[in-house]
Each structure stands twice: as C-alpha cells, then as structure tokens.
Design a protein around this ligand. Structure first.
Ligand code: SAM
Length: 288
C-alpha cells in the first residue's frame, strides 16, 4: 500500500482502467476509485460494470467530449472546495485519444493537484508485443476518417523512421491498411493487434500487402478494436538522392513558383535538403 493518504483533498486523480480484461487494474486504482468523492467517467453505464466488479460505490458523473467544456467550472469548483475526483475513460488511460485534456489543463493552471494513477493503454500493450523497434516510436492515435485527409496524413509520415502506432476502428481497418500499403509500400512490415486482453485477442505481423489480403480473407478478422503498428521507414544512406515523393513535390511547386522559392517550400514540406531539391528543379536529369 502506498504511504500517502488517499485521497488527497482537492486532487484530480487520472486513473487508468482495463482495456478489456477487467482484472487488468492496479490495487492503487481500486483504492483511489473507492476513496474519492466523485468519479468523472466518459460513460457512466460502461464503467458501472468495472465499479461493480470491485465493489466501488462512489458517485459518478459523465464527462465526455460533448460536455467536458460545460462541466469544467463545476468540477474545478468541487476540487477547489476540497473534494477529490477521479477521472476515468471507457478503456485504458484517460486523455490518450480520450477526453480529459481540458480538465487536466484547467486544474493544473489553477494550481490544483493532478496525480496520475498509471495502468493499461492499448498502444503500449500493442507495442510491447509487436516485435517492432520500441526504443523510439510515434503515437499517431486515430487517422482522419476521410480518405483524402487520411492519405495526406500518411504521406506526411512516409519517411518517419520511428515505429508508427495508430488506433483504428473496425469500419475503416481494411481501407486504412490498403492506403498504408499504397503510401508506405507493399513490403513495409506491420503488425495488426486486435481485441487485446479479450477472448479474440489477435496479434499478426506481415508485410502491408499481405496484411491487406489476410484481412480480406475472413470478415471476422476486421471485427473489434485495433492498434496498427507500422515499421518506420528504412534510413536512407547519407548522400542518397531524393525519393519520388520529394521530386514530385518539387516539380509541382516549380511549375508555379520561381526555382529557389519552390525548393525552399519543397524542403519545408518534405524535410529534404533545399540544395538537393533546387538541383533537381534546375537539372532534373542530372539528379534523378
Ligand atoms: N484511452 C485508451 C487507451 O489508453 O488506449 C484509448 C481510447 S480510444 C477512444 C479507443 C481505441 O483504442 C480503439 O478504437 C482501439 O483502436 C484502441 N483499443 C482500445 N482497447 C483496445 C483493445 N483491447 N485492443 C486493441 N485496441 C484497443
């Protein structure tokens, strides 16, 4: 048991809860949830199952993306009067692709105590079993739902060398994998993790193109909750030329702008060196 007094008055506890298996909760989380004056839960009906399982009778109120702003004053007021509040979401760690940012920011700005009670998060569970490099990674959360915006986001990530981690819904998993294969390349290694800690837990890794086919072979494979992990882009050796994307950006801009300005803008967009882009614009055949 921790030596601190739980709960500290006027403190907001940000409490992680299970991502599926209800046993995945810390002793401290159960203790805090049972001791605070109020639990602010993303969906009170959803959390009732967890609270019931652990015999927690603390009053709950709903705090979700549609009412977070409206409830802010009330919650901050209670904290200021000395009540302690636990913030939980439907699954995993609050604020990780979940509500709570406004409340945490405001509580900290007002000098109130904000204390983490760490535990599960789907992206960490997925990363820990993916077999992809974990020393540096890039958590992207949900991609934009619309095709065009999603493609642009993926294009911006094409040369990212860190392992990429995405959340995805069953409705879009097939389309997203297909687009990833087109943008990152069919052979880029990736791992699909599905329904982690639940009955139909699946962890399957392969090249993106093979993963698309694997997904299409059985409609049950696109059911449930997903974390998608994609290997980072291979490091290009020093002195290597521009990739096709950078060349295309440079050419499009050069058609509209003076060469130097086009190279400058292309460098900002692609992250490539300005002088390489400039040389490609003025003498494309020499630099291809
Ligand atoms: N706050 C949560 C966390 O810490 O992971 C994430 C909340 S976000 C609204 C929900 C998304 O997380 C799902 O759409 C899915 O991408 C991912 N997710 C949550 N639970 C999962 C599980 N058991 N297995 C795989 N992915 C999961």
């Amino acid at each position: 048991m921790p030596s601190e007094t739980i709960p500290n008055p006027g403190t907001l506890y940000v409490v992680a809860t299970p991502i599926g298996n209800l046993a995945d909760i810390t002793y401290r989380a159960v203790e805090v949830l049972g001791a605070v004056q109020l639990i602010a839960a993303e969906d009170t009906r959803h959390s009732a199952r967890l609270l019931q399982r652990y015999g927690i009778g603390t009053p709950c109120m709903a705090l979700h993306e549609h009412n977070e702003r409206a409830q802010l004053e009330r919650l901050i007021g209670r904290l200021k009067r000395g009540d302690s509040i636990a913030l939980i979401s439907d699954a995993g760690t609050p604020l990780i692709s979940d509500p709570g940012y406004l409340l945490v920011r405001e509580a900290r700005e007002q000098g109130l105590g904000v204390v983490p009670v760490p535990g599960p998060s789907a992206f960490l569970a997925a990363l820990s079993v993916s077999g992809l490099p974990t020393n540096r990674f890039c958590f992207e959360g949900f991609l934009p739902p619309r095709d065009g915006a999603r493609r642009s986001r993926l294009e911006a990530l094409r040369d990212e060398e860190r392992t990429l981690v995405f959340y995805e819904s069953p409705r879009r998993i097939g389309a997203t994998l297909r687009q990833m294969s087109e943008v990152f390349g069919a052979g880029r290694p990736a791992v699909i993790t599905r329904e982690l800690t639940k009955s139909f837990e699946t962890i399957h890794g392969d090249a993106l193109e093979n993963l698309c086919r694997w997904m299409e072979q059985d409609s049950n494979r696109s059911r449930g909750e997903f974390v998608l992990l994609v290997a980072g882009a291979a490091k290009r050796p020093a002195g290597a030329g521009l990739d096709a994307h950078a060349k295309r950006v440079a050419q499009i801009l050069a058609a509209e702008l003076p060469s130097r300005q086009a190279a400058e803008l292309a460098a900002k967009i692609t992250g490539e060196r300005k002088n390489l882009l400039y040389e490609h614009i003025v003498a494309p055949e020499r630099r291809s």
